[in-house]
Design a protein. Structure first.
Length: 108
């Protein structure tokens, strides 16, 4: 089980999650961002939650993008624990969207 944080900053829906190398690729992010079959988001931030550092930012199409101020506002909100939804995502769901199944199996 992994906790994924959801929030809306400047009319952009964000998913923020702890860094997970198995999910940090375009196809996995695209599937997770889908509103019908995934969790639903416009942008996905991967953070090192221990240090509060943003590692990577993807748009809903699965492309790695350059951060803007809204991205850092989202990261700061999650780090401080303000106004965030928590999605409890099962290991099974994550394993179905992970590109590298072996890394995902080791993480679970």
């Amino acid at each position: 089980m992994q906790i994924v944080y959801g929030l809306n900053i400047n009319e952009v829906n964000y998913l923020v999650m702890d860094v997970n190398e198995a999910l940090m690729n375009g196809e996995s992010v695209r599937m997770m961002s889908a509103y019908k079959q995934g969790i639903g988001a416009d942008r996905v931030l991967f953070m090192d939650m221990v240090h509060g550092t943003v590692i990577a930012i993807y748009n809903a199409d699965g492309h790695n993008v350059t951060p803007d101020m809204s991205d850092f506002q989202a990261a700061k909100a999650v780090a401080s624990g303000t106004q965030c939804l928590e999605y409890h995502v099962t290991d099974y769901y994550l394993s179905t969207i992970a590109a590298d199944k072996e890394i995902m199996k080791a993480a679970c």
